[in-house]
Ligand binder design. Structure first.
Ligand code: URA
Length: 246
């Protein structure tokens, strides 16, 4: 619970003193009702407006989650499966995933309530690199690795050039691990790229999202981004400053 004038001041609309005057002069609404009492307490969930214009009071938060396989990358699931948001029950802000990973895919996923940054990061023009490690069967041939890197024709068009590296191969078991960096974010893209070559992806993990790696995290762990990491994401997407600027 916070005092109404503090929230208005924190949103950068007015100084604390000016916020008090706004309240006293009847220009502030809480959940659609005019409030003129100074010191009225509000929570994150109350909708505050000044002269009818909503105040964006939510603090912007940013997390990197190591999504385990078997978790859905959405805010809600109609089949009651665990979602990425379930890992943040202590976080009062309404956060959501930036993009998605398949139910069966594990790895790095960014979670935030910063809609503006999320939209930019998901926009193809910013070409955010995503690095995956795929356990595949059978072992890809050199010509297939070349195709993955130069572009594969999928039913929604050619894929952009990718970085591809054969990390490990087991010719007895006919399995391999391939690291693949792509900047597109089409639905099930990595699985479809391999499927187009008759290669089956048994396991898929996203090791990196842009410059953010899973270092120090185990499946199900999350960490807050550091201020300089948020700043870098802003720079990468040509959003300059002002995290309140949604
Ligand atoms: N490509 C896929 O096939 N699945 C993912 O979850 C992400 C990329």
């Amino acid at each position: 619970m916070e005092r109404l004038q503090k929230i208005i001041a924190q949103a950068g609309i007015a100084s604390r003193r000016k916020a008090e005057l706004l309240i006293q002069s009847g220009r502030v609404q809480v959940n659609g009702k005019r409030v003129t009492v100074l010191g009225t307490k509000v929570t994150e969930k109350d909708k505050i407006a000044v002269d009818g214009v909503p105040v964006q009071k939510e603090i912007l938060v940013y997390f990197l989650l190591y999504k385990p396989a078997g978790v859905i990358s959405s805010v809600k699931d109609d089949r009651n499966r665990t979602t990425v948001v379930d890992f943040f029950q202590q976080v009062p802000q309404r956060i959501f995933p930036v993009g998605r990973l398949d139910y069966d895919t594990s790895g790095a996923i960014l979670m935030t309530n910063d809609g503006k940054l999320a939209n930019r990061l998901m926009h193809p023009k910013f070409e955010i690199d995503k690095t995956y490690i795929a356990t595949v069967h059978p072992v890809p041939e050199a010509s297939q690795l070349r195709k993955l890197s130069s572009g594969i024709r999928l039913d929604d068009g050619m894929t952009a050039p990718a970085k591809v590296q054969l990390v490990e191969s087991d010719y007895l078991k006919k399995t391999a691990m391939v690291r693949l960096t792509i900047h597109e974010g089409r639905n099930r893209q990595v699985r479809r790229m391999f499927a187009a070559l008759d290669i089956h992806v048994r396991k898929l993990k996203r090791e990196r999202y842009g410059f953010l790696s899973l270092a120090g995290l185990h499946p199900g762990d999350a960490r807050s981004l550091k201020p300089h990491e948020v700043k870098t994401l802003y720079h990468m997407t040509h959003l300059d400053t002002g995290h309140d600027d949604r």
